[in-house]
Design a protein around this ligand. Structure first.
Ligand SMILES: NC(=O)c1ccc[n+]([C@@H]2O[C@H](COP(=O)([O-])OP(=O)(O)OC[C@H]3O[C@@H](n4cnc5c(N)ncnc54)[C@H](OP(=O)(O)O)[C@@H]3O)[C@@H](O)[C@H]2O)c1
Length: 300
């Protein structure tokens, strides 16, 4: 398969590159895949003409994996039009192109499509109700994709994504922990972190799977994150423990830590569907965080 991956400089894009380059997870007996990683300099998702131009000037792709997105949740409140262009209208255009070219499409979405008011873990079939601008654009992207590509696409909703690349909760905590003796972190928003390398491996497993590769499928949504149910406060404490940083983490209610964009209170998601359909094994959040922190320590 000729596979295009957008967002090559983002956390997930880089994690897929790392995983593809190590080669350990693509030991299938099928003919080797050709991976083409692309960034905004060649394919600018904020520009309809850039998207048309890119696909008009390149040979057909068998699969597009859309890892690019407008991901600045707070900034999106002020920048909703650009966020909508990238997270919704560009996805619509990609879906239309993929449909015309008879390509498959894997698109990444977010746990934040839910309002977080449930006391249970969310199923893929639960009704989304986004509570901030970023999440509204992501949901609009999902919906456009489902309308234009009723077959052969797959949406993966991830949550609390982190990696050894770029800015994320782990890198922010490591920075703050070195600067301060004490920080306050929200303890009444529950979720599950997603180590981007684990998600990259899951995507590569899905691509190998005959159910995805060989059979025409109706478009489906799948939840994905690491296993475990924690608050941001617990996440921060474990980061400091593994990094051996002596910084006190005090719990704080979200209400006392106002941000431009509201965050859902609970975005735990059930992952049984992706596990069952694609036989994906999901690690616990602590062991994956340990893996990421070990890599970060080696890089120091
Ligand atoms: N981060 C999270 O906590 C989180 C949680 C749940 C779901 N997700 C979803 O997971 C996916 C991957 O997230 P991530 O954390 O890997 O994102 P990321 O690190 O912020 O990377 C996003 C990528 O999108 C690219 N991009 C932004 N605007 C673009 C444009 N106009 N044209 C082309 N590319 C553009 C960025 O390019 P530059 O590098 O040039 O800026 C960047 O490489 C996204 O769909 C996101 O919504 C993320």
């Amino acid at each position: 398969m000729r596979i295009l991956i957008t967002g090559k400089n983002g956390q997930l894009g880089r994690s897929i590159q790392k995983t593809v380059n190590t080669g350990t997870k693509i030991d299938n007996n099928q003919s080797p895949n050709e991976y083409i990683f692309v960034g905004r300099e060649d394919l600018d998702l904020s520009s309809e003409s850039s998207i048309s131009h890119y696909f008009g000037n390149n040979e057909k792709f068998d699969l597009i994996i859309n890892c690019a997105a407008y991901t600045q949740v707070d900034k999106a409140e002020q920048d909703a039009e650009l966020a909508n262009q990238i997270n919704h209208l560009a996805v619509k255009q990609l879906a239309s192109i993929a449909s015309n070219q008879q390509s498959r499409l894997i698109h990444i979405s977010t746990d934040y499509v839910f309002d977080g008011e449930s006391n249970k873990s969310y199923l893929e079939t639960d009704t989304p109700n986004p509570i901030n601008a970023y999440s509204r654009t992501k949901l609009a992207g999902e919906k456009a994709l489902q309308t234009l590509m009723p077959m052969n696409a797959l949406v993966i909703r991830a949550s609390w994504l982190y990696s050894e690349y770029g800015n994320n909760f782990v890198s922010t905590m490591l920075k703050l922990g070195k600067e301060r003796d004490e920080i306050s972190v929200v303890n009444d928003q529950m979720g599950s972190p997603t180590y981007a390398t684990d998600l990259a491996n899951a995507i590569l497993e899905i691509i190998k799977n005959k159910k995805f590769r060989d059979v025409a499928q109706t478009t489906q949504i799948y939840n994905y994150s690491n296993e475990g149910e924690i608050s941001w406060h617990e996440f921060a404490k474990e980061i400091f423990k593994l990094a051996e940083i002596d910084c006190k983490v005090s719990p704080i209610k979200a209400q006392r830590y106002p941000t431009p964009a509201k965050r859902p209170r609970n975005t735990l998601m059930k992952k049984d569907k992706i596990v069952k359909v694609f036989n994906i094994k999901i690690s616990n959040w602590k062991s994956s965080l340990n893996t990421c922190m070990t890599i970060l320590k080696k890089q120091q």
